[in-house]
Design a protein around this ligand. Structure first.
Ligand code: ADP
Ligand code: ASP
Ligand code: MG
Length: 594
């Protein structure tokens, strides 16, 4: 017995029969004595169909009108489900986002939830009703105080459901969908994908933002931040599905439900060495050879970065703990003798990181981080980004100064700072899941001045135009003028905004210019056990090399390794990596998966 929020996705309410069977499922759960709030998506492909109608009329329809249009999809399904429930004797009432009071920011098409008024829902629950709420939509106060219908972004009904669960202090939020739960990868691409019995919110946040569409990343962010118990399971049966593990429940602060502090930890790790291999051949298998050799030598590599290459050579940079430097240098020298190329080594470096939930999904956080470091007069040597952590490698002698500046910026207290934390072996799998994102574009900004503040200015300008950056990679190689290249990936829809966003900076930075990369796909592996396992990245590179796939860019963060490959290789890469890590349903493997 308890208060449950149950969300049913588009396919689950795709026709009248399915709506009736969802109603029966809810009725059974109600009979067991639970109070139930239901969140539904638009039926089947309704949201896509409505979007196509608008695009038949205009290439660039006003966002306000798109929200007005798309929000009607969910209004149809709440009414039909409430009718179906009443028909089988379950008293139910439907409500739109406006009627509930799901108050959001005013940014149409991607609004974040600020507050959910719970009075009306609680009263109806007390009266014994099931409350059926339209997902994906809310209401802003608009400019001048007029309320406007807003939407949360595609896939946003998951976010509505988890936010309602947090606001109502529900016992659990159950996401019912058309698959058995969270699988090791998308079963549409890899039919052998295996169901996981559990996954941590951090791992899920990474997977969701790297292309695993089964959950909206912002839903996971809310579950993590407020300790909502979140379960993903099938609409078609009563199997248990996947449970997301997070910390204990926390109350919602005054900052706004989805605006709560995104950064809740800062970490400084010193005695790091940065090794750069430049001008090595650009062909499948090189990264695999290098990192396999290091792994055999027992070296635990931390960050790995490979930026776009010029001509037919590549640069790979990575960090290790300084006390492994001697061995590592010898192994690299060996490889260079066989392959050609140059090795540079820098020790006395520190890694400074911010951690939290949904960092890269919020334009502005990475920019603020880089700005606070540059205010301390510190130049960034390397950058690594992910949804739960952004790290910079900087000179050790200014590490503490940069740390203070970052803590001030994000109002971090003493308890949230970790200095040289020890890596604990949690016995979690090195790779729990794999995701493919084919909606990314890659851009490089060539010849950026190598001085404090450049990366910060670049991120700030992109942020001001509302662009969310994904992977950001600063290359090893310097141009003749001393400038560097920063490459980044972003959603393809945002590509059209980049030229305008960067035009003033490019004029300021003499000799700098933009180039577009080839059509890309990003393949990522995620696992909480990655930091304490030697050689995971090398194994992923080997899986790609065995499938004759060339790697265009590499970016790692604590619990994930991402490779950019050409678009045509995307699915092949996903299948190869999934199989290599023995995630296929028929592979024998223990830990985390059921
Ligand atoms: P809903 O309409 O219920 O919200 P979605 O289509 O948004 O459903 O999400 C479910 C789909 O997500 C599945 O049909 C599956 O193809 C896809 N998917 C992608 N990655 C994964 C994964 N790791 N585990 C499960 N499903 C995944
Ligand atoms: N109907 C919306 C969409 O298709 C929201 C959702 O389904 O989560 O994106
Ligand atoms: Mg969905």
């Amino acid at each position: 017995m308890g208060l449950l929020v149950q969300k049913f996705g588009g396919t689950s309410v795709g026709n009248v029969k399915r709506i009736q069977s969802v109603a029966k499922k809810i009725a059974l759960c109600k009979e067991r004595g639970n109070q139930i709030v239901v969140v539904v998506s638009a039926m089947g492909d309704t949201t896509n169909d409505l979007t196509s109608l608008a695009l038949e009329i205009s290439n660039d329809p006003p966002q306000r009108e798109m929200d007005m249009l798309l929000s009607t999809g969910e209004q149809v399904s709440i009414a039909l489900l409430a009718i179906a429930l009443n028909e089988i004797g379950v008293h139910a009432k439907s409500m739109t986002g406006v009627q509930v009071g799901i108050v959001t920011e005013s940014s149409h098409g991607r609004a974040r939830i600020l507050e959910i008024k719970t009075d009306r829902i609680s009263n109806l629950l007390e009266e014994g009703l099931v409350v059926v709420i339209a997902g994906f939509q809310g209401t802003s106060l608009g400019t001048g105080g007029t309320s406007e219908i807003t939407t949360l972004g595609r896939g946003g009904s998951d976010t509505s459901a988890v936010a309602l669960a947090a606001a109502l202090n529900a016992d659990a939020c159950e996401i019912y969908t058309d698959v058995a739960g969270v699988l090791t990868t998308d079963p549409r691409q890899v039919p052998e994908a295996r169901l996981m019995s559990h996954i941590s919110c951090d791992e899920m946040l990474e997977l969701a933002s790297l292309g695993a569409a089964v959950l909206h990343p912002r839903a996971v962010e809310i579950a993590r931040n407020y300790g909502v118990k979140l379960v993903v399971r099938s609409s078609w049966n009563d199997e248990e599905g996947t449970t997301l593990t997070s910390q204990a429940k926390r109350p919602i602060g005054k900052e706004g439900l989805e605006l709560g502090r995104p950064v809740n930890g800062v970490e400084l790790v010193d005695k790091q060495a940065v090794l750069g291999l430049s001008h090595i051949p650009d062909k499948p298998g090189i990264a695999a050879d290098l990192f396999e050799a290091l792994s055999k030598g027992g070296v635990n590599v931390d960050l790995i970065i490979q930026s776009t290459h010029e001509g037919n050579s590549n640069d790979i940079t990575f960090t290790i703990s300084q006390n492994e430097l001697e061995r590592t240098e010898l192994l690299c020298q060996d490889l260079i003798q066989k392959l050609g190329g140059e090795l540079t080594v820098q020790n006395d470096m520190s890694k400074l990181s911010i951690s939290g939930a949904g960092i890269m999904g919020r334009p502005g956080i990475a920019a603020k981080f880089f700005e606070s470091i540059s205010r301390a007069g510190v130049n960034l040597r390397l950058i690594a980004t992910s949804e739960v952590k952004v790290s910079c490698v900087i000179d050790s002698n200014i590490g503490n100064k940069a740390l203070r500046s970052v803590c001030e910026t994000f109002e971090i207290n003493q308890n949230q700072i970790k200095i040289n934390p020890t890596v604990i072996d949690t016995k979690e799998p090195e790779v729990r899941g794999v995701a493919l994102d084919t909606n990314q574009a890659q851009i490089s900004v060539i010849n950026i001045p190598d001085i404090p503040g450049s990366a910060a200015s670049l991120c700030r300008k992109l942020t001001e135009s509302g662009i969310c950056l994904d992977t950001i990679v600063q290359s090893e190689r310097q141009h003749e003028s001393g400038g560097r290249t920063i490459s980044f990936t972003l959603s393809r829809d945002d590509r059209k905004l980049v030229d305008d966003a960067l035009s003033t900076l490019l004029k300021e930075w003499k000799g700098s210019y933009l180039i577009d990369g080839i059509a890309i796909a990003r393949i990522s592996s995620v696992g909480a056990g990655m930091p304490c396992t030697v050689g995971t990245a090398g194994r992923m590179f080997r899986a790609l090399a065995n499938a004759s796939i060339n790697i265009e860019m590499i970016a790692t963060s604590e619990i994930r390794t991402s490779c950019i490959v050409s678009e045509n290789d995307g699915t092949k890469a996903l299948q190869a990596v999934h199989k290599f890590f023995e995630l296929n349903n028929n592979s024998v493997r223990s830990g985390g998966s059921s």
